[in-house]
Design a binder for this molecule. Structure first.
Ligand SMILES: [Zn+2]
Length: 502
């Protein structure tokens, strides 16, 4: 593992080393990897010295009269506890647990691995598949509804109807209309993520009391902040406070609702301080690859051989594209099959940014000339496109979106914290003979209410229809936007980052 690659660069030997610094696994694997107690034992949390409250089984409330104080573990403390546990194991003691440790872990052999910091928080299993899902069940089955006579079926139908009204950018491939609450047992991790971050407070508004929605808002916005592309220290501190408040309010649902995965939410901000946003090390990517591996199996016989064979075939096709012995025509065909030439006909307008499709040349209108002049540009002709790709994400103009489509790529969130709808994607030559690439957008005004509909989850931006025309450059585009025409208004919810796979 110490010689991953060797190559010469400017007559210098370059030696690459593989240094494991952190792991991200689900709770079951975490206790196994750290050789620690399981979730149903005392000291079951690998992040802290939480003792647990034994009721019928081990419970994990935030506060409880029987709960001793606890603190975050440390590399040094964990190592000392492991040594002590291993000493007792060597003395043939049974059921050894030194603050949850049962002995040594192979992780100790990794010289750069910090046992505390290297234990990264897993958003997929903790936040989305456990906390969000369990909280959702409590809301659906146990919380009193505002309309007392509303049946369970009618409640779910209302949620599903609202979900169907929401339009998402095409980077969200699992559409809200398909992950119906009626069939929530079949929902995937990404659908629970989207439900928590983009849909839940909107869909539940007016159906259950505001204080219950605000509890969920704390988790929604706390997780949203920790999943952004750019996170400040203030964001991490705010997320920590929101998740603490969430856990305190979640305690009110009863001790039997508490779980280790939900307790672990309070450690998420530490991971973000150490390793960056949650998506940098999330198990979503691993689960996605597992899915791809599973797709290579077409019959039950010899499943392992099928996986290996198909991986090697794909790998050899990738390698063959750089093989000198293969004719350019064949290579061209291979690239087309593997979608490698997706942007070959496009106009390259910046780092990983392309304008796509046929363009139309036209003169700018008076209003367009005015907004271009405000930015210091003058031009007699605009080259107008309808579609572009920025860092792998598709955006289109408003007129390009079909009425009945479930996707809408025409809205953007900018680095100036504004939300806009794209009118035209334009390219032109300025008076200084510079090629300028940008967007003519309608910037929406935010609705300011005395009492906001969502006082905590600030990612839900209520906007007025229409707006003021602006010209912005493509490097000002930060993220696509989920669009929800609900509750008699329009809500824009920027997608947290452009990096997560769906
Ligand atoms: Zn803990």
């Amino acid at each position: 593992m110490n010689h991953l690659s060797k190559r010469t660069r400017d007559d210098q030997m370059v030696l690459s080393k593989f240094v494991p610094t952190c792991i991200c696994v689900d709770a079951k694997a975490r206790s196994q990897v750290f050789n620690m107690a399981k979730h149903n034992s005392h000291f079951g949390c690998t992040y802290c010295t939480y003792f647990g409250v034994s009721v019928d089984t081990m419970r994990y409330p935030m506060h409880h009269a029987d709960l001793p104080p606890y603190e975050d573990r440390s590399h040094r403390g964990m190592k000392a506890d492991m040594i002590e546990a291993q000493r007792r194991v060597n003395n043939n003691e049974r059921n050894v647990s030194v603050r949850g440790h049962k002995g040594f872990t192979p992780l100790l052999k990794l010289k750069k691995f910090d046992l505390f910091k290297g234990n990264a928080f897993d958003d997929l299993h903790n936040t989305y598949e456990c906390a969000t899902q369990h909280h959702n069940e409590i809301i659906i089955k146990e919380i009193p509804k505002i309309v007392v006579r509303m049946s369970g079926k009618m409640f779910l139908d209302t949620l599903d109807l609202r979900l169907k009204n929401i339009k998402t950018p095409s980077c969200i491939t699992r559409k809200p209309g398909t992950c119906l609450m009626k069939n929530r047992s079949q929902m995937h991790g990404t659908e629970w993520r989207n439900w928590l971050l983009y849909y839940a407070p909107l869909c539940l508004h007016g159906l259950v009391a505001g204080r219950f929605i605000q509890t969920l808002e704390c988790l929604s916005y706390g997780t949203y902040l920790l999943s952004q592309d750019i996170i400040s220290q203030d964001h991490v501190a705010l997320a920590r406070d929101l998740i603490t408040r969430y856990l305190e309010e979640y305690d009110e649902f009863g001790i039997e609702k508490s779980r280790l995965n939900i307790h672990a939410l309070q450690h998420a901000h530490v991971s973000v301080r150490n390793w960056g946003p949650l998506w940098c090390y999330s198990t979503f990517n691993f689960e996605s690859w597992n899915h791809r591996i599973m797709q290579t199996i077409t019959s039950p016989k010899g499943a392992l051989n099928q996986i290996v064979n198909r991986h090697l075939i794909n790998f050899s096709v990738e390698l063959a594209m750089n093989d000198q012995r293969i004719s350019p025509e064949v290579k061209h065909m291979m690239k087309q099959i593997l979608h490698k030439r997706r942007h070959s006909q496009a106009l390259h307008v910046g780092d990983h940014s392309y304008f796509l499709g046929k363009s139309v040349m036209r003169a700018p209108t008076q209003e367009e000339q005015r907004v271009l002049q405000l930015e210091g540009y003058e031009t007699v002709n605009l080259n107008v496109f309808q579609k572009m790709i920025i860092r792998g994400v598709t955006f289109t103009t408003k007129s390009y979106v079909k009425e009945d489509s479930r996707s809408d790529d025409s809205s953007i969130f900018t680095f100036q914290n504004t939300v806009c709808t794209i009118q035209d994607i334009v390219s032109f030559t300025s008076q200084e003979d510079q090629n300028v690439h940008g967007l003519l957008v309608e910037e929406h005004e935010m609705v300011r209410r005395g009492t906001p509909l969502f006082p905590i989850a600030k990612q839900f931006c209520e906007v007025r229809a229409g707006g003021v025309l602006h010209f912005i450059k493509i490097n000002e585009v930060r993220a696509p936007v989920v669009k929800a025409p609900l509750l008699g208004s329009i809500f824009f919810i920027p997608v947290t980052n452009l990096n997560e796979v769906d």
